[in-house]
Design a binder for this molecule. Sequence first.
Ligand SMILES: NC(=O)c1ccc[n+]([C@@H]2O[C@H](COP(=O)([O-])OP(=O)(O)OC[C@H]3O[C@@H](n4cnc5c(N)ncnc54)[C@H](OP(=O)(O)O)[C@@H]3O)[C@@H](O)[C@H]2O)c1
Length: 240
Amino acid sequence: MPVYCITGANRGLGLEFVQQLAQSPDNTIIATTRSLSSDLGGLQAVVSPSTRVLQCDTGSVPSIHSFVKSVAQALGGDTKIDFVLNVAGVNPTPSQSSLNLGPDDLQAQIAVNVIGPAKVVELLLDAGLLSQDVRVLNMSSSLGSMERTAQAKPHQCAGYSISKAALNMLTVHQSEDLRHRLPGAVVISMDPGWVRTRMGGEAAMLEPSQSIGGMLRVLHRLSSKDAGSFYDHSGEKVPW
Ligand SMILES: NC(=O)c1ccc[n+]([C@@H]2O[C@H](COP(=O)([O-])OP(=O)(O)OC[C@H]3O[C@@H](n4cnc5c(N)ncnc54)[C@H](OP(=O)(O)O)[C@@H]3O)[C@@H](O)[C@H]2O)c1
């Protein structure tokens, strides 16, 4: 009975993860949203009986602390999380370049795209809620790849790109640090492709169902040799 914990589950890619995982009654799903007072109609329409919807504002460390307490209560007993899917992310200032970065805008992106995934893993670990073989997926982007970004024309979304590159470095550190505490743990970064969501926009190449279907296949066949890697939704390695 695997247990999945998904951030940013009320729409976009997080919602699609819940939709696909909820097809199996074997899966326990902790679906988190920034606020329980948001419109959660899309999420409520896809949840299974073994899905718990909990609040977690990944841009707020106090909110992540409260969330971890509520996970402990929701799971009870010795049940641990097998998959942490750090999906919540923001790209609020796509037109900013490296020559006009807003400091507050960049900090807001670092808070959600980097500190959030770091603290979710750290605090769940400290609460003893991660399984020995936990898989952590940090949702990155090709814009977080140095090599891809160097080749891209035109350069775009500078703050977002910088925050996703930092998330990739977090993956490398988490991968090593987590294995000292949980020897079977595997942490990866993933590029979901360009996907039709509110962030990806209407012109995107992929439907969420294609991207998430591919990412779940990659996730479910991870082994220790994949620790600290960066994959796309089809399982190809993405250059750092
Ligand atoms: N779509 C693409 O083409 C694409 C490409 C590369 C990478 N990605 C990455 O994939 C992930 C999901 O993107 P998406 O396309 O699904 O974007 P989206 O449609 O804009 O959805 C973003 C999700 O993140 C949540 N979120 C944002 N800030 C949050 C916070 N402080 N606390 C909790 N949840 C928060 C949003 O919740 P609210 O509704 O409360 O705002 C929403 O559920 C992101 O990390 C993104 O960077 C997407």
